[in-house]
Design a protein around this ligand. Sequence first.
Ligand SMILES: N[C@@H](CCC(=O)N[C@@H](CS)C(=O)NCC(=O)O)C(=O)O
Length: 109
Amino acid sequence: MSGRAAPIRMMLDHKKVKYEDKRIDQATFKAGKEKGEWGALPVWIENGQTMNETKALVRYLGTVHGYYPKDAVMQWQADVWVDYAPTLITKIGPFMFKPALEADGEKVM
Ligand SMILES: N[C@@H](CCC(=O)N[C@@H](CS)C(=O)NCC(=O)O)C(=O)O
């Protein structure tokens, strides 16, 4: 498990959806960003459209694959977890990614 794409990967893997899981290094990330292929990651590319924003992707793909509830209270419950995730990532991210970033030559606090 790693990063913001993890819940998307878990959901798609649970549903046995076939998709290309492309993981890139820092240099490739920077090159793609400079070329305007993406602003931030993760992105989901479907029918030529590049879709971004993790929480919106979780809801979109959750809806498409039957994981997003129809009941409003259940939606609120699901949204609580999805919307809390960035707060959690902000807190634990520096510790999670430090070894990988340092291995790529990035200076991490
Ligand atoms: N609001 C975006 C934030 C995405 C984001 O910050 N992704 C990080 C990687 S986990 C990134 O691409 N950072 C480098 C950058 O923004 O240049 C989302 O939730 O998808």
